[in-house]
Design a protein around this ligand. Structure first.
Ligand SMILES: NC(=O)c1ccc[n+]([C@@H]2O[C@H](COP(=O)([O-])OP(=O)(O)OC[C@H]3O[C@@H](n4cnc5c(N)ncnc54)[C@H](O)[C@@H]3O)[C@@H](O)[C@H]2O)c1
Length: 252
């Protein structure tokens, strides 16, 4: 079994939403473990992130994953810049906090396009282009909102529920191709998004942590480590599973 810093050696990975927050942390962790990684984001900052990394095993692509045809374009670029992809991390997502009465159809449709449709078509492209890889793997990033209800997050919760449900169905359909598919459901992670929500009063940490057994935010590194495990050969017997990494939130 390969161990860090070689646990990702030989893998070629696409990480979506790798310009910021969790996606950036996951992509960096996989690079540190020896993977070749394509960082994809609609935010051009992703180019700077990869430039700063100064490694030949890192590549960047600016792409809005809600565009039809985005998945094929991403896989084409990955193949040209790094080689055939054997690992996919569906991390990019959008969220907004709004009462149900304020949600516009256009917002709902864009949310579905980013959070649910893009992961599906990226997984479809993954399957179409699957190389003769040793242990191909997909990790889909869900949320505790797939498991527990919260106000002002109804459309987002729906897309994350879809991620967990699609993960199970994908694992079954892709098993004969040797692909392992898992999802993770984090609770609140300390990122620039949560910092902003605290600053604007949408998240009140004291109130939030009343629901947690471990009364703090997760760090990006803690979540990235679980993703790395699920990609690694240590997890070769693990598929079709949803992993809550939530400070005990869903246990209560
Ligand atoms: N932060 C949390 O507390 C938390 C908790 C549970 C789950 N999550 C999940 O973790 C993942 C990462 O969240 P984060 O907190 O790092 O958010 P973030 O906003 O920091 O990062 C998301 C990234 O996705 C990119 N992105 C958004 N729409 C895109 C599109 N159409 N095309 C390409 N890229 C796009 C953004 O530019 C951004 O870089 C998401 O799936 C989110 O739902 C986050």
């Amino acid at each position: 079994m390969k161990r860090f810093p070689e646990d990702m050696l030989g893998r070629t990975v696409i990480v979506t939403g790798a310009g910021n927050g969790l996606g950036l942390g996951i992509a960096k962790r996989l690079v540190a473990g020896g993977a070749r990684v394509l960082f994809v984001d609609q935010d051009p900052v992703v180019l700077t992130r990869v430039e700063e990394g100064k490694q030949k095993t890192m590549s960047a692509m600016v792409k809005d994953l809600a565009e039809p045809g985005a998945a094929a374009a991403v896989f084409q670029y990955a193949k040209e810049s790094l080689g055939a992809v054997d690992t996919l991390i569906n991390n990019a997502a959008w969220s907004f906090h709004k009462p149900m009465t304020d949600v516009a159809t256009s917002e709902f449709d864009r949310l579905i396009a980013i959070n649910q449709r893009a992961p599906f078509f990226l997984a479809q492209e993954f399957l179409k282009q699957l190389p003769h890889a040793e242990d191909p793997a997909i990790v889909n990033i869900g949320s505790v909102n797939a498991q527990r209800g919260n106000p002002n997050l109804v459309p987002y919760a729906g897309t994350k529920g879809a991620i967990v449900a699609m993960t199970r169905a994908m694992a079954i359909e892709m098993a004969s191709s040797g692909v392992r598919v898992n999802s993770i459901c984090p609770a609140a992670i300390r990122t620039h998004v949560t910092e902003g929500l605290i600053a604007s009063g949408v998240i009140e940490p004291e109130k939030l942590f009343q629901k947690y057994l471990i009364k703090r935010f997760a760090s990006v590194e803690e979540i990235a480590e679980l993703v790395a495990y699920l990609c690694s050969d240590a997890a070769r017997y693990v598929t079709g599973a949803d992993w809550e990494i939530d400070g005990g939130y869903c246990a209560v």
